[in-house]
Design a protein around this ligand. Sequence first.
Ligand code: G
Ligand code: G
Ligand code: MN
Ligand code: NA
Length: 253
Amino acid sequence: RPLGVRLMTALAEHRLNVVYQPLINFQSGKLVGFEALIRWQTNEGDVIPPDVFIPLAENNGQAWRVAIYVLEQVVEDMGSILRRRRDLHVNINIVADDLQNEKFLSALSYLLERANIQPQQIGLELTERTPVDFEKAGDAIVKLHARGHRIYIDDFGIGYSSLAYLGTLDIDAIKIDKSFTRTVSLSENAISIVPQIISMAHEFGLDIIVEGVETEEQAEYFRKLGIDIVGQGWYLGMPMSAVHARSLAAPSK
Ligand code: G
Ligand code: G
Ligand code: MN
Ligand code: NA
């Protein structure tokens, strides 16, 4: 059967999994939240990456089903810890279609309200890998932002209209793409555009998350900048099961 049909069946049978990758403040070393990442392993044992099945869902007009699925899973997995720790947040990935989708938007408010999770505790990561219609997306973003959600531009720097976003959209933060993180180095003569991206984001009053932090040297580089920056990457924490994420987040006493 076509992959798109198999995806719908897998969603209906609840066979996709959500894992959680820690977000760590470089200055304090503290956990500030997680990014929720969807995983699909078929009954035959094949792992189908989200890069493959998310665009498929989008093309079939079914992206909202995936977004609601992840949201429901996040509420179930992380609701208890988010109620105990109001300082933590969980980010979910959405696509441009989701911003226009009434089913997703109402599920978002209904599920959070029912579970007593604050909108501030659910961040929305919008990738710029695919073009976004600013006119339409702008309105939806203003509304979600006004509700209290934090809006992140994901994969910042590699996609469409990076700079146009910064001045025009009601966003809170950028996630600097891992391809830029690879260019930073503690050596004096290293050439990297990352400091410019960071100072530009600051000028616009945006928070910064650095993706793909894989080495101690990269972590040290961002610590040394001496400003509040959040990092994500294998060095700081692998994507993990909900059980592990909850125990990482549980107040230590
Ligand atoms: O976790 P991984 O490296 O496999 O993710 C690959 C890509 O899939 C990333 O760009 C990530 O943003 C995207 N992705 C992961 N989980 C989700 C999800 O739940 N929804 C959407 N729309 N994209 C996701
Ligand atoms: O596009 P998005 O940022 O949502 O994708 C996050 C993806 O990046 C996840 O699939 C995750 O598995 C992957 N990822 C997380 N940390 C690292 C890292 O340190 N290095 C690399 N190469 N990928 C990472
Ligand atoms: Mn993301
Ligand atoms: Na990203």
